[in-house]
Design a protein around this ligand. Structure first.
Ligand code: IFM
Length: 443
């Protein structure tokens, strides 16, 4: 007979899902991503965000109901800068009010809002000024942030200034699959520095408006393992990939220094500008030195040959690596919130075991007093997945984009059980992810 046990989480633990404005709202037409979508060849299959999940049309209500009814006590969403400030000298009070209603909607449902001010998109007028390449953008961002926080401070204490600045810089300026699609390492560094400046300015502004606010960034952590551990060049690639991708921003906000590999720039205003770390973790990868990949930092990337891979091959289910990321985060000595974690899996065959494996590792970190305060699954409902369009489905609920109907996946029931019990039990794992049982509850 199987034992009966539960990995219990502390009272008050936040259980939610995460979304972002451009990915769920629909009808965003005034930002750099809507322009990018219209440029041939930029989005897989020529997909467009279109109506997305129609949140701007009001379907946030039914989706928040779904989240609430399925036991979630928190939700992370983002504000679309281009709606709030459609042009340099115009503020849209109606749009602000729309967000006020949405966030009030969460609070009325007894859910804690976590609000992101910048999730990859810039207003077109900011793009026309050079986006984050321009040294003036951090100041513009501060003005926008102040305005939003003034309007929403009654409801929101938890803020993320900038989502995944490391991904924004890498995808836009190293790989080139995100706008502006300009692989150029020195521009990447310039953008990273301006994003750090923007965060620091917004951090101070938020605290001026709401002193008790808790403010952080969400960093996308990816473990880099040398493919051939005996080969010094693979180790070197793994080391600098980690330093630049994972550590650059969190360290800058602790030390007040921007540390490129061979260069240090002082940014004293950024020191101490992180009240918590938002950790977005999906997967780990192997890196091998490859002379032909200069534009990608000389790194050939792959997954371990025997890895449990997601249907589109985007994510390897490596829960131990999630624990490693938590160990790394703990060393930063601040509270941690898992602001994203999930897998693209339209058929929902892998998601339950991915969820079980990752919640198990999360419990371990919580149990070791790593200071983890919450978990936000990416995502509530399928949404527009950037350069990969609608080909990747991260939602607990599926979405038919044309009819806007939602389809309840098995993972909703599983996550609901976790949220409602505030824990992960043997019964849940037996029912939803039996193939993961023995590794989670070894006998
Ligand atoms: O959908 C994205 C999100 O916008 C940022 N983090 C990773 C997710 C999945 O790719």
């Amino acid at each position: 007979m199987k034992p009966s046990a539960i990995y219990q989480f502390p009272r008050g633990f936040l259980w939610g899902t995460a979304t972002s404005s451009h990915q769920v709202e629909g009808n965003n037409s005034n930002n750099n991503w809507s322009a990018w979508e219209q440029t041939p060849g930029k989005i897989l299959n020529g997909d467009r965000s279109g109506l997305a999940c129609d949140w701007w049309g009001g379907r946030w209500r039914e989706d928040f109901d779904r989240a609430k009814e399925s036991g979630q006590n928190a939700h992370r969403l983002s504000i679309e800068w281009s709606r709030i400030q459609p042009s340099p000298d115009r503020w849209d009070e109606e749009a602000l009010d729309h967000y006020r209603q949405m966030i009030r909607g969460l609070v009325e449902r007894g859910m804690t809002p976590l609000v992101t001010l910048h999730h990859f998109t810039d207003p077109l007028w900011v793009t026309e000024m050079g986006g984050w390449e321009n040294g003036k953008t951090p100041e513009l961002f501060e003005v926008y942030a102040r305005r939003v926080v003034e309007a929403l401070k009654e409801y929101v204490t938890l803020w993320i200034t900038i989502n995944e600045p490391n991904v924004l810089a890498t995808m836009g300026y190293v790989i080139g699959d995100f706008p502006p699609g300009t692989p150029d390492m020195s521009l990447a560094f310039q953008v990273m520095a301006n994003l750090a400046r923007g965060h620091a300015r917004a951090y101070h502004a938020i605290h001026e408006v709401k002193p008790e606010a808790r403010v952080g960034i969400a960093v996308n952590y990816r473990g880099f393992q040398p493919k051939r551990s005996w080969w010094p060049f693979d180790r070197l690639v793994a080391w600098y990939s980690h330093r630049l991708f994972n550590e650059f921003f969190p360290q800058a906000f602790i030390t007040g220094e921007l540390k490129y590999i061979f260069r240090k720039v002082s940014l004293p205003q950024a020191k101490g500008t992180q009240d918590f770390l938002g950790l977005n973790y999906y997967t780990d990868e192997l890196v091998a030195f490859d002379i032909t990949k200069a534009s990608e930092g000389f790194a050939a990337r792959s997954f371990p040959p025997d890895a449990d891979l997601s249907p589109t091959g985007f994510i390897a289910n490596l829960p131990d690596a999630f624990f490693t990321s938590l160990k790394w985060a703990r060393k930063l000595q601040m509270p941690i919130i898992i602001t994203e974690n999930g897998v693209e899996d339209q058929s929902d065959e892998m998601r339950p075991r991915y969820l079980a494996n990752h919640i198990h590792q999360l419990w371990q970190a919580v149990n070791f007093s790593y200071g983890v305060k919450g978990y936000f699954h990416w995502s509530l409902v399928d949404n527009f997945e950037w350069d990969r369009g609608w080909s990747q489905r991260f939602g607990l609920w599926g979405l038919d984009v044309d009819t806007q109907t939602r389809q309840r996946r098995k993972s909703v029931d599983f996550y609901e059980a976790i949220c409602k019990a505030n824990g992960l039990s043997t019964e849940m794992v037996s029912e939803y992810a039996p193939e993961a049982f023995d590794s989670i509850f070894p006998t």
